[in-house]
Unconditional design. Structure first.
Length: 653
C-alpha cells in the first residue's frame, strides 16, 4: 500500500569555536499540521510548533555505522582513527545518554552500512564520517519526523523506495532483514522521529581529525575529541535543542553538552562535553521520563529511578513588560541560590506558524504566532533563583535554537536585560534588578505561577557592534597584571539623560569573553566611578571611592555580565545631584583584569572584553594599576549603564 505521509527534515550541528565562539535547554522543534486548520493568511494552514521525539515503540533506537572509509582520513595528515576505535567511542557516547537513570532513551549501534554516500531519509539511522565538503561544521544530526498525527498501516512505504516500512510488530526493527527499519503499525503523534543520521566532518579539505581517549586530546584547532562531539549530536538525535548554558558557575567555566559550539583548542572543554551536565540530564529525563508506564521502555527496571523521585517542575509565564506581550523563546534559567550554579534552562512560549502549500513557514503578527509565554523547568531538589535572559546573539543566536526563539527575535522581543523573579515585587518597573526570591522545589511537585515580567530598564551604550575582543597578548609582550579598562560617560550626556526624569541607576554591564571556554572569566574588580579628562586627553579616575564596586567580579563567557546595585535609587540621586552641582564631571565604567599571573587555561590569556569601532572615542586603559588612564585611539569597550525610572509608567499597548 502506498500513501502520502507528511514529514519534515530537520538539521542541527556543532560548530567550531577555536577562536571566537559562535552560537539542551528544550526540544528540537517541528510543526504539526494535524487537522489542516485554515490560517488567517489565505491559502495557508496553521502549523503548531511542537517538539520532536522517538515514539516509545521505536526504542531502542537502532543505528548502523558506515564503514566505507577504513581507516578514517583527516585533514591533518595520515589516517588517525580506525573504524573499531570510532565504533567504540560512538557507542560510549550513546551510553552517556542511555545510562541516565531517570531517562528511558536507549540508542545502540546494531549494524553497519557501506553506502558510497549518505542516503539520507531511508529508514536507516546512519553514522557516517562524511559530510558535504561545503559544510563547515564539525558534525550534523539531521532528523526526519512526522508533521501530522498519522496511523501507519502494514504495507506503508514511508520513504518512497518501493519497500514497505510498516510491519505487524510491537517494537521497531529490521523485520524483513533488508537492512532498513520497519515501524510497528499503529497511531503516531506529530513530531515522531522517523529517521536520524549523524555525520562527522572528516573531509580532507575542511574537515577535522577526530581523536579517541584522554591522551589524544590536544589544542590543535582542526583536531577534536570524537566523544565530545558525538555526545552533543546524539542529544539532537533524541530531540534536545541547543542551550545557551556555556558557563555553569563562578567556579566552573564549562557548560552544558548541548551548548552549540566547542573550543577545540581547549582540551578541558572537549573532555567536559563528553559528560551530560545536569541541564542535559534534566531535559532528556523530562522528554523520556522513567516510571511513566507499566511496560515498555518507560517502565522501571533495575537501575532506573522514576523521574518524579528526582525532579520537580518550576512553571510560569514570561512576558515583555514594554511590549505587553507573552515572550516567545526567552531563556529562563534556574540557579542554585547558595552557589549561583546554573542548573537548568529552557525557553518560553507556545507558538504557531502559517504554512503555505509549498511548505513555506510564514509570520503574521505576535497575536497569531505567539499563543502564550509559558515555560517549564525540570529541576532536582533544591533552593533556586529563577532568572531570564534574552537570546540576542550572545552567547547564542535565536537561529541556533528553535523556531520559537526565532519568532520572538523577529518580533523584537529579545531585547531585555537579564533579571530575576522577585515574587510580589515582580513588575515592569522594579526597585532593584538585583532582587530575587528563592524557591524551594521538591521532587514530584510543581512550583507554579512563577510569572516574570521583563523590566523597562534602558541601557546607555557608548559603543557599537562587537568587532573584536581584546586584548590578547604574546608571551613576549603580556598584559601587566591589573590592566584596567574604562569607558567614559560624559557629564553632558548624563545631564541630558537625567533631565528626563528621576532615573535610578540599576547597574553596569560588561561584554566579556575568555579564550579557553573551560575557564571562568574572573576579573579583579568592576565599578562605577567618577573622573575627569585632563588637558592631554588622559583621564584621572577615582578608584579609591567609587560609586559602586564589586571585587572578584565574574563575567559571562561571550555575553554581557551585569553588576546590579542594591541601592539604585540612591545612586541615581547622587549622580544627578553631583552633575548638577559640578562635583561629578564624568562617570566611568571600569573593569580590571586579575592582579596576579599566570592567567589560567591552555592559552594563558587574561579574560577579555568586547570591542567596537567607530563613534566618539570614550575608552581608556591603564597599565599601572589605575595611576594613569590613556585614551584608546582605535576602539571603544562594550560597557553599558543600566537605568530605570522609579515610578510605574503606562503600559504600551
Amino acid at each position: 500500500m502506498k500513501r502520502r505521509i507528511a514529514f519534515i527534515y530537520l538539521s542541527l550541528c556543532l560548530v567550531l569555536a577555536n577562536t571566537i565562539t559562535v552560537p539542551a535547554g528544550g526540544a528540537l522543534e517541528t510543526i504539526d499540521i494535524t487537522g489542516l486548520t485554515p490560517s488567517p493568511f489565505p491559502g495557508d494552514i496553521i502549523g503548531r510548533v511542537i517538539g520532536i521525539k522517538w515514539d516509545s515503540r521505536c526504542i531502542p533506537v537502532q543505528y548502523s555505522m558506515n564503514t566505507t572509509l577504513d581507516p578514517i582520513p583527516n585533514p591533518l595528515g595520515v589516517p588517525f582513527l580506525t573504524v573499531a576505535d570510532a565504533r567504540a567511542a560512538l557507542q560510549a557516547s550513546f551510553n552517556a545518554w542511555n545510562n541516565i537513570p531517570t531517562s528511558f532513551i536507549d540508542m545502540r549501534i546494531t549494524g553497519t552500512t557501506n553506502n558510497p554516500g549518505l542516503a539520507g531519509f531511508d529508514m536507516i539511522n546512519e553514522l557516517s564520517f562524511r559530510t558535504d565538503p561545503t559544510f563547515g561544521a564539525i558534525a550534523v544530526s539531521p532528523s526526519t519526523n512526522l508533521i501530522q498525527d498519522t496511523t501507519l498501516v502494514v504495507g506503508d512505504d514511508i520513504d518512497g523506495d518501493g519497500d514497505s516500512d510498516v510491519a505487524n510488530i510491537k517494537v521497531a526493527g529490521d523485520a524483513d532483514n533488508d537492512g532498513d527499519i520497519e515501524f510497528p503499525a499503529g497511531f503516531y503523534k506529530a513530531g515522531a522521529v522517523l529517521d536520524n543520521d549523524v555525520m562527522f566532518n572528516s573531509k580532507t579539505s575542511n574537515g577535522f581529525r577526530f581523536t579517541v581517549g584522554d591522551a589524544a586530546v590536544d589544542a590543535i584547532g582542526r583536531s577534536v575529541d570524537l566523544m565530545a562531539v558525538a555526545v552533543h549530536e546524539f542529544g539532537h538525535s533524541h530531540g534536545l535543542s541547543h542551550t545557551p548554558d556555556n558557563q555553569i558557575s563562578s567556579k566552573n567555566g564549562t557548560g552544558s553538552t548541548m551548548f552549540p559550539s566547542i573550543t577545540t583548542t581547549d582540551p578541558a572543554a572537549e573532555i567536559s562535553q563528553r559528560t551530560p551536565a545536569i541541564d542535559d540530564i534534566a531535559w532528556s529525563s523530562y522528554f523520556y521520563p522513567e516510571g511513566t508506564a507499566r511496560s515498555g521502555p518507560a517502565a522501571i527496571r533495575f537501575g532506573d529511578i522514576p523521574f518524579n523521585f528526582v525532579f520537580g517542575l518550576i512553571k510560569g509565564e514570561l512576558r515583555h513588560g514594554v511590549l505587553n506581550q507573552p515572550i516567545a523563546g526567552g531563556n529562563v534559567f534556574a540557579m542554585k541560590e547558595l552557589t549561583d550554579e546554573t542548573v537548568v534552562s529552557g525557553f518560553s512560549g507556545t507558538t504557531q506558524l502559517s504554512v503555505d502549500p509549498a511548505g513555506g513557514l510564514n509570520l503574521l503578527d505576535p497575536s497569531f504566532n505567539i499563543l502564550d509565554g509559558n515555560y517549564v523547568l525540570p529541576v532536582p531538589l533544591g533552593l533556586y533563583s529563577v532568572g531570564i535572559q534574552a537570546i540576542d546573539g550572545t552567547p547564542v543566536t535565536a537561529g541556533s535554537i528553535s523556531f520559537t526563539t526565532q519568532i520572538g527575535a523577529i518580533f523584537g522581543q529579545q531585547n531585555f536585560n537579564e533579571e530575576y523573579y522577585n515574587g510580589r515585587r515582580e513588575d515592569v518597573r522594579e526597585r532593584s534588578l538585583a532582587d530575587r526570591k528563592p524557591l524551594l522545589v521538591l521532587p514530584g511537585h510543581n512550583k507554579s505561577g512563577i510569572d516574570i515580567v521583563t523590566s523597562d530598564a534602558v541601557n546607555v551604550n557608548n559603543f557599537g557592534n562587537r568587532m573584536f575582543v581584546g586584548f590578547t597578548t604574546s608571551p613576549a609582550n603580556p598584559l601587566p597584571p591589573g590592566f584596567t579598562y574604562a569607558l567614559q560617560l560624559p557629564g553632558a550626556q548624563m545631564a541630558a539623560i537625567l533631565a528626563g526624569g528621576d532615573y535610578s541607576i540599576q547597574g553596569v554591564s560588561f561584554d566579556t569573553f575568555v579564550i579557553d571556554s573551560s575557564v571562568v572569566p574572573r576579573y579583579a574588580r568592576a565599578m562605577l566611578t567618577t573622573g575627569m579628562i585632563n588637558a592631554d586627553t588622559s583621564a584621572t579616575l577615582d578608584l579609591n571611592c567609587p560609586i559602586a564596586e564589586k571585587s572578584g567580579f565574574i563575567g559571562q563567557d561571550n555575553d554581557f555580565a551585569p553588576f546590579y546595585f542594591k541601592n539604585p535609587s540612591a545612586i541615581g540621586r547622587k549622580v544627578r545631584e553631583g552633575i548638577a552641582d559640578g562635583s561629578i564631571q564624568n562617570l566611568f565604567i571600569v573593569l580590571q583584569i586579575p592582579t596576579t599571573t599566570p592567567f589560567p587555561g591552555t592559552a594563558g590569556q587574561p579574560p577579555l572584553v568586547g570591542l567596537s569601532l567607530g563613534g566618539p572615542l570614550l575608552s581608556f586603559t591603564s597599565a599601572d594599576n589605575g595611576a594613569t588612564f590613556l585614551r584608546r585611539p582605535d576602539v571603544n569597550f562594550r560597557f553599558s549603564l543600566i537605568l530605570s525610572l522609579p515610578d510605574k509608567p503606562a503600559i504600551i499597548q
